[in-house]
Design a protein around this ligand. Sequence first.
Ligand code: FA5
Length: 340
Amino acid sequence: MSAERAELRERALAAISAAREPSELARVEREFLGKDGALGKLLGSIRDVPPAERKAFGEGANELKRALEAALAERRAVLERERLAAERTDEHFDATLPARALAHGSLHPLTHVVRRLEQIFSSMGYAILDGPEVELDAYNFEKLNIPHDHPAREMHDTFWCDREQRLLMRTHTSPVQIRALEKMPPPFRAIVPGRCFRNETTDASHEHTFHQMEGLVVGEGITVGHLIGTMKTFLREVFQQELEVRLRPGYFPFVEPGFELDVRCPFCAQGCSVCKRSTWIELCPCGMVHPAVLKAGGIDSQRYTGFAFGLGLSRLVMLRYGIDDIRHLMGADVRFLEQF
Ligand code: FA5
């Protein structure tokens, strides 16, 4: 019997190491270890073994089974290694190719500009404030000296959230002026970068959602001179050159006097497409805080004065990076954003 087992072992091991394909190996496995395989037949012959030798016979058969299983596993691993090696030398595989670069995110141009402005104004002692985007009519209009029936409301095409509750999407960052006056005792300086919303038709220079940066300075003896000095300082920092500014009269119910501040075009001397050939660029509305606004914020308007400005941030970003259509800023086109 043991000679028969030895012969089976030899035959099976030879067949296993001769197998060149996993399918061939599977066939060898069936031939020797399968249900009707050679080893099964050998075990079936235990009936012909004298009872005294049956135990040894069974142990021998089991040992052979384990040996064949181990040889099969080893051969299977060898075939798998050979398959991988063959794949690696395949003509399409170039081990010298550099790995694909990871895609890095980039900051939005608005974020770049806001961060720079925050640095500049903080270095001048300004606090950076925030305010709600869903605002009360009282803060967006009433307390800013724009009562219910005031025609200036028509310039702010408003998205109403709830007309009964007088809740709206803020149309400018100026409501934070009142919130600051209510909370901060003068003297103080603050800027408020943030999103604003207007229900207007969009074009290359108008968006329904855009960014402004409010500025507010309140103290004793604040004058238009402080306003001009501040604007010139911040423009010098942003454009890295000394730029002339000019004030034209402008009307906003919450400032008196009110101005439009223009800046000399930083890109040309004789006129270009950015300044529409005028050499001046309209930068931001501003003015001296109206006494009615100071009063609405609980401030003594006899003692304190202040100036305020409302910088169109989206437009400053366009100017800074030479972007010709404001809709790129909120368009979420990655090809555009990746440039910054
Ligand atoms: C205001 O919003 C005033 N709150 C500004 C102000 C503040 C005046 C403090 C005086 C004192 P105006 O509606 O003009 O003003 O908007 C200010 C700036 O926001 C504009 O000059 C423009 O740059 C920008 N802006 C206004 N509407 C849009 C829009 N739809 N899309 C993009 N930018 C806009």
